[in-house]
Ligand binder design. Structure first.
Ligand SMILES: C=C(O[C@@H]1C=C(C(=O)O)C=C[C@H]1O)C(=O)O
Length: 365
């Protein structure tokens, strides 16, 4: 390196050092401000769940993305601010979040993506338990998978909403990449059993048919669980994501083996309080209709008439009797808005039962 290049590098590093000091000072000022917010909330008698304000966090992240001058990508910048907010919130009151475990699942990755890494994530062994943990107040929030772009809806999650009083308070979408994982004892040419969650096996069906047509596919309770099994069996591999691979010290025999390259899963954040409007929101409702001709048309008509954008309509058998159905509907807008109020009151008149599962900020990250 020439003397002048060395000099240029030294100058630039001096500039970076001075910028870092300014950033450090500003982040500390921001954290102090968040502590003062906590004092105000405490004085107003806020309980554990009211320190975290998802609508405010969504607004902060959206503004950052709007104002971002580059060269960093907007999403990248929002990720950095996501972590700053997470650390600030932890100063107020560390948020405890139950997720579908064990450690290393995609649901944990979704929880950390949504709440940042200062959140305390608590593994649960089943979706029902995540709901129960939130309902009992043992944790403030929970994260559950709700639909996958390749395999469709996760029925177990929808069914849990039928008999709970939980509020949906957020959504997060995660790109899902699956890898074929092996341990250091695996005989790579002798793989005759592949463990994974049923959803993941389904998302890699074509790849498995092409590359391991004769291997037994064994569905287990989670991808992380599958990764755990592999450590003890010389003829087995697992399909799981990056986090599980790291956690159980497995190596990737084949990467990104999902059949659809844009494979992604949507997760819901569940809590016990309704969330105020953030300016760009979604509402989820659960509707039971009497089984009569035109029922679905009647149900959807108010949304069409008022020009409300439906983002999802899902049908599930009702638990109250054979051949009765309930509809899970997501639409754009907050239930406090005049338009949503009008649509919901029309739907309530036509339906046997209407339950508002929650209004929440559209996923930012
Ligand atoms: C600071 C606040 O509390 C929390 C922390 C936030 C932040 O660091 O920006 C935003 C919302 C809340 O989750 C607030 O309510 O404004």
């Amino acid at each position: 390196m020439t003397v002048s290049t060395e000099k240029e590098l030294l100058n630039l590093r001096d500039e970076i050092d001075s910028l870092d000091q300014q950033i450090l000072k500003l982040i500390s000022q921001r954290a102090t401000c968040a502590q003062r917010v906590a004092d105000v909330k405490m004085a107003a008698g806020a309980d554990n769940t009211q320190f975290y304000r998802p609508e405010r966090e969504a607004q902060v992240l959206r503004k950052i993305m709007d104002l971002n001058p580059g060269p960093l990508d907007g999403e990248e910048m929002a990720r950095l601010f996501r972590e700053i907010m997470s650390a600030c919130l932890a100063l107020e009151n560390p948020v405890r979040v139950a997720f579908l475990g064990p450690e290393g699942t995609f649901t944990q990755e979704a929880a950390l993506k949504h709440f940042g890494h200062s959140a305390v994530t608590v593994p649960m062994s089943a979706i029902d338990e995540v709901f129960r943990e939130v309902e009992s107040g043992a944790v403030a929030y929970g994260v559950v998978p709700v639909e996958n772009s390749t395999e469709g809806v996760i029925n177990h999650t929808l069914d849990n909403f039928m008999d709970s009083n939980i509020h949906i308070c957020g959504e997060v979408v995660l790109r899902i990449h699956h890898h074929l994982l092996v341990s250091d004892v695996t005989r790579k040419d002798k793989i005759s059993r592949i463990y994974s969650h049923a959803q993941s096996l389904a998302q890699c069906r074509k790849w498995l048919d092409a590359h391991y047509p004769n291997a037994e596919r064994v569905a287990v309770s989670s991808n992380a669980e599958a990764a755990k099994f592999v450590r003890g069996e010389w003829n087995a591999a697992a399909i799981a994501g990056e986090t599980a691979a790291d956690m159980y010290e497995l190596s990737k025999l084949s990467e990104k083996i999902e059949d659809q390259p844009d494979n992604s899963t949507r997760f819901l954040i569940i809590g016990s309080h309704p969330i105020p409007a953030s300016g760009d929101d979604k509402t989820s409702i659960l509707v039971s209709m009497r089984n009569q001709p035109g029922a679905l048309h009647d149900l959807l008509e108010p949304f069409h008439r008022l020009g409300i954008d439906l983002t999802r309509v899902e049908t599930r058998p009702s638990k109250s009797g054979a051949w009765n159905y309930v509809f899970f509907i997501d639409f754009k807008g907050h239930s406090d808005s005049d338009m949503a109020k009008e649509a919901l009151s029309d739907v309530a008149e036509r339906a046997a039962d209407l339950k508002i599962l929650g209004s929440y900020p559209c996923g930012v990250l």
